[in-house]
Ligand binder design. Structure first.
Ligand code: ATP
Ligand code: MG
Length: 644
């Protein structure tokens, strides 16, 4: 499309406003133009925080010589033609404002060449006034050099921070750009030093590794979910790599780095119960959303958008996060040092602490047709075809490999009717097998769970940690965190089924509350009742507590109640949202949980392990601390140099 000036009607519809605030805004606009120009490589160079010098080079389509002056006029764009196009913008730019805004407050030199042109063009424009245009030799693509930002608007220049701070903003921006377009190779140079280079090979994980380092890159869970209008792909961090602020909570919508309350809330809600309060997850998620259900024309910087179906988007994201978190191994592994590399275990053993989930999935799979199975297989990187082929070609090995066997059994009706040898019943195969089962063990039927080897409790160290052996792994359980988790889940289940018992306390506890505390109690009286409390006004500032929830071991009743009231107050206290109840339960069970170095008998610990195996989420206490860590036999043998 040629560059042209938009008509007044379209101009009026565009969210207008000042977009150039600082060097990072210039970099954002120019780099987005490069991406829109289909560049596969973009180099961003700044000096002095970008205040004195910014150079952005791309290998994109270039600008036609005849269109260059037009590109610097307000409302001139090649990306949309009319109001109707605003409804389905696919490019990052569409307002036709960026170049004119930058040109107005800086000195710009542009060198550009289209594939069709014989020579390139050099164009200079300062403070919005054209200075020079000449033909020069240049490679295909475009280079913008922006010098002395705000040289003619000293007041705005005063608002800039130090060069180091401004460089930090640019750096963060470049990281977001790299995340949002893994298929583009980005290079960032600050004061002559290479700061970031991405290969443009399309791998989001490689970018996470480059930008965030090994610790984060090795603790990711892959997210993949799809409906008719929305698709999510990318990675989220395991709960243990959560942070104290939202810097690592990033997502991209149709290739744009965006902030959306709906999506942020859904992500954080999805992590509830997995990470502590005031901790935030790592996310790098790509959303592909049908253009017709979003509106990007909300804010001049295009950093916000609107959905036409908020609730649908929220639920979809929440479920995608929850499913990902609940469906994977979340036990932090004790890692070997760099030199002792662990071979990639293609048939990762199923987690012993996932009995419940596996049984539930098996139930689900039983009900589902082959389509459901295909999805389950796809999630583990297998296709139906693979399963079928491996089954028919290697029947002998299959008999020894319970999980593959089950995979086959489950697809039997439509894909491999004669595949299962009649003389080998499923349970027998499982019992005989000593080898760890691959991931598809999640397809087992509930009956089979009985024959899964049980974890063996070995003993306790430091009065707190229990050693458990299971198959080829050693687990270490923190009794405090595990107990806390169990109490939490017990209480949650009772709460959900409305069967919390009340334990009468006599004599009643009398609480003296101030005005705000009273307000919180009366506003949330429903929550208290549902949790099993019996509280009534006792005149004036006094409240009488005659009943406490029976789930929890005896505690200082008054302290517990005040703790709950305090935390309700901290959050404003006005609403009785179910998630508030969850948090209260979490804090109650935490209070009630056995203390770190309190003695626990062997039998009690054994019960704890068993209960933990059946927990909805065995891996973290309600405040996000891990309940288990693990080390494989292989890693131990490596450490003792039995294996070299
Ligand atoms: N690096 C580039 N390569 C090729 N063409 C470019 C490049 N940068 C700008 N252009 C052309 O210049 C036009 C004006 O750019 P400008 O950034 O001002 O507006 P826009 O990208 O269309 O909209 P927005 O203001 O939302 O960014 C673009 O529409 C595009 O045709
Ligand atoms: Mg633009």
């Amino acid at each position: 499309m040629p560059i042209q000036i938009l008509d007044q009607n379209t101009i009026n519809k565009i969210a207008a406003g000042e977009v150039i605030e600082r060097p990072a805004s210039v970099v954002k606009e120019l780099a987005e133009n490069a991406i829109d120009a289909m560049a596969t490589a973009v180099t961003i160079e700044i000096k002095d925080g970008g205040i004195s010098f910014i150079r952005i080079t791309d290998n994109g389509c270039g600008i036609d010589k005849g269109e260059i002056p037009m590109a610097f006029l307000r409302h001139s764009t090649s990306k949309i033609k009319s109001v109707e196009d605003l409804m389905c913008v696919r490019s990052l730019g569409f307002r036709g404002e960026a170049l004119s805004s930058i040109a107005a407050v800086a000195q710009i030199e542009l060198i550009t060449k289209t594939k069709e042109a014989f020579t390139g063009v050099r164009y200079v424009i300062e403070g919005g006034k054209e200075q020079n245009m000449e033909d020069i030799g240049a490679p295909d693509g475009t280079t913008f050099i922006v010098r002395n930002l705000f040289y003619n608007t000293p007041v705005r220049r005063k608002f800039l921070k130090t060069a180091t701070t401004e460089a930090g903003y640019v750096s963060a921006l470049v990281e977001h750009l790299a995340f949002s377009h893994p298929e583009v190779s980005f290079r960032f140079i600050n004061n002559g030093q290479n700061k970031l280079y991405t290969s443009g090979n399309g791998s989001l994980k490689d970018i996470i590794y480059h930008v965030n380092g090994r610790d984060i890159a090795t603790n990711l869970l892959e997210v993949s979910a799809k409906t008719q209008d929305i698709q999510i792909s990318g990675f989220i961090g395991k709960p243990m790599i959560s942070r104290g602020n939202r810097t690592y909570e990033n997502y991209f919508i149709n290739g744009r780095y965006i902030k959306s309350n709906i999506i942020t809330r859904a992500i954080e809600e999805g992590y509830k119960g997995y990470i502590m309060q005031h901790q935030y997850p790592f996310t790098a998620l790509h959303f592909t959303i049908e253009q017709s259900i979003i509106d990007v024309n909300v804010h001049p910087t295009k950093m916000e958008l609107r959905f036409s179906q908020n609730e649908f988007v929220y639920d979809f994201v929440l479920n995608a996060i929850r499913n990902t978190l609940s469906g994977r191994e979340l036990v932090p592994e004790v890692r070997l040092s760099r030199s002792e590399n662990v071979p990639v275990n293609k048939t990762r053993p199923a987690e012993p602490f996932e009995v419940k989930r596996m049984a539930a999935e098996a139930e689900k799979d039983k009900k589902n047709s082959t389509a459901g199975l295909t999805a389950a297989l796809a999630a583990t990187g297998h296709t139906l075809r693979q399963a079928y082929v491996s089954d028919t070609i290697r029947p002998k090995q299959l008999r020894e490999d319970p999980a593959e066997y089950k995979t086959t059994a489950a697809i039997e009706p439509s894909a491999a009717p004669a595949a299962r040898p009649p003389e080998a019943p499923v349970t027998e195969t499982l019992q005989k097998s000593a080898s760890p089962a691959p991931e598809q063990l999640s397809l087992i039927t509930p009956d089979d769970t009985a024959s899964i080897p049980k974890p063996v409790l070995v003993g306790q160290v430091f009065d707190t940690y229990w050693i458990i052996q299971f198959e080829d792994k050693m687990f270490i359980m923190d009794q405090h965190a595990a107990h806390e988790k169990i109490l939490y889940e017990r209480t949650m289940h009772r709460l959900e089924s409305g069967s919390i018992d009340t334990q009468i306390i006599a004599p009643p506890v009398i609480l003296s509350l101030n005005m705000r505390e009273k307000e919180v109690v009366s506003q949330n009286i429903d929550i208290f009742t549902r949790l099993g409390f019996e509280i009534e006004s006792f005149g004036g500032n006094e409240y009488k507590v005659t009943g406490m929830p029976a789930t929890l071991p005896s505690l200082d009743d008054r302290e517990l109640l005040m703790d709950i009231i305090d935390s309700l107050m901290e959050e404003g206290g006005a609403s009785s949202k179910p998630e508030l109840i969850t948090q209260r339960v979490a804090s109650m069970s935490c209070k009630a949980a056995v203390k770190g170095n309190m003695r626990m008998s062997f039998a009690e610990a054994q019960n704890l392990v068993e209960e933990l195996m059946n927990a909805d989420n065995p891996y973290n206490c309600p405040h996000g601390r891990p309940t288990l860590i693990s080390m494989s036999k292989y890693e131990l043998e490596k450490k003792f140099k039995r294996i070299v």
